[in-house]
Write a protein that binds this ligand. Structure first.
Ligand code: NAD
Length: 366
């Protein structure tokens, strides 16, 4: 994992030092439409970067589109900038990675997503500053972009897209409203569980996933509902660990299932993943019993079934949607969700899963 990491409460104040170390003089800041300004982080950044050029691209929507990335790439090129900063959740970080990449690679991001071009060159230096605790994108090469024409969320993962520096300050996540904290935290939990049971796993990735599940199970509720410094810091750590784990082995069956729910019903990424988590744990059942025994003992949970129940009740406490019908899915939509919810990584689920299995699984959570 080539990204240099600075992690800890309050470390955002090292931002200027990081910029100087990367020799940044003309900085392109990629962020969301509102919160960076509203939370005062943007003012802080302007202050830190006194004497340097700062161009702000505050146009990234949730699940960023090809059009947004291409627009940002043009603006960055026109302003002749030399360093890109992504500030925000996974959406802003992924858009920032893509924009940095396109400064040294020709064409539209669409061509890379459609595999018409391959990333050849390292893009501009890129600093990732996460403000959610969910995706771990600050330490992955994954660049997930919404492809509206295909109604899909494809990803590219060229090794050149690992951020140069991840500046992870959990304090920056404090401004998240409950919905964002719950959704992103549940995403981290899903990534950790998928990483732990993936058939692609190895002792290193399983160690990271084990820790991430334990930390998320012990801290997510408190980080969302009480927002104490310790649990908020721990959730940033859980998310970060899943990023390192995932950049080695990817996800399994849950993440592909989330994409038709996000795209078709406008549900936040983490919520869309978590809706399937208890059901897929139950589906995997016996196939994961041995692997989970130790972890569940540490968490004081008696069985895989009880683990699914615990997550279900955690989701209820966090006001997360738990049934597909709650978000507008109709019984007749299920075959299409099953078809579109199969991805390459579905094959890495510990129990083989086909379209008919997904149809049955969706019916249990309708
Ligand atoms: P997000 O980036 O879409 O942010 C969710 C909302 O929270 C946005 O409206 C954003 O403006 C707001 N927000 C962010 N930080 C905030 C803060 N501190 N205070 C107040 N509001 C804040 O959500 P996300 O879950 O972090 O990212 C999801 C995206 O990341 C999806 O596109 C998903 O596919 C992608 N993803 C990428 C990777 C990767 O490794 N690259 C991994 C998993 C998911």
């Amino acid at each position: 994992m080539p990204t240099r990491v600075r992690f800890g409460w309050g470390r955002f104040q090292e931002f200027r030092q990081v910029v100087d170390e990367l020799n940044g003089k003309r900085i392109f800041l990629v962020t969301g439409k509102r919160f960076a300004k509203k939370s005062g982080i943007l003012d802080k950044i302007s202050d830190y970067l006194k004497g340097l050029t700062l161009v702000v691209f505050a146009e990234v929507e949730e699940n960023p589109s090809i059009e947004t990335v291409d627009r940002g790439a043009v603006k960055c090129r026109e302003s002749e900038l030399d360093l890109v900063v992504g500030l925000g959740g996974g959406s802003a970080l992924d858009a920032g990675k893509a924009i940095a990449m396109l400064q040294r690679n020709p064409g539209s991001i669409r061509e890379y997503l459609d595999q018409e071009r391959v990333c050849q060159a390292k893009g501009l230096s890129f600093i990732a500053v996460p403000t959610t605790s969910g995706t771990g994108s600050e330490v992955t090469p994954f660049t997930v972009i919404t492809h509206k024409a295909k109604n899909a969320k494809p990803a590219i993962a060229p090794p050149q897209n690992f951020p140069d520096v991840a500046l992870v300050d959990p304090e920056l996540t404090m401004s998240m409203p409950l919905k964002a904290a719950a959704s992103t935290g549940l995403d981290a939990l899903c990534q950790a569980v998928e990483g732990f049971w993936s058939t692609q796993g190895n002792p290193l990735t399983r160690s990271l996933a084990f820790q991430a599940i334990k930390i998320a199970m012990e801290n997510l509720e408190s980080a969302c509902l009480r927002k104490d410094k310790q649990s908020v810091t721990n959730m940033a750590l859980a998310s970060h660990l899943t990023g390192i784990e995932m950049s080695n082995i990817g996800n399994t069956s849950i993440h592909p299932l989330s994409y038709p729910i996000t795209l078709g019903y406008g549900i936040a990424h983490g919520f869309a993943c978590a809706m399937f988590l208890p059901a897929v744990i139950r589906f995997n059942g016996q196939a994961i019993e041995d692997r989970f025994r130790n972890l569940l003992r540490v968490l004081n949970i008696s069985s895989v079934e009880a683990f699914a129940d615990r997550i279900d009740s955690l989701m209820e406490k966090l006001a997360a949607p738990r049934r597909l019908s709650e978000v507008g899915v109709k019984p007749q939509d299920i075959p299409n969700i099953a078809k579109r919810g199969m991805g390459r990584s579905t094959a890495w689920n510990p129990r083989p899963m086909d379209e008919e299995d997904i149809v049955q699984l969706c019916k249990t959570i309708l």
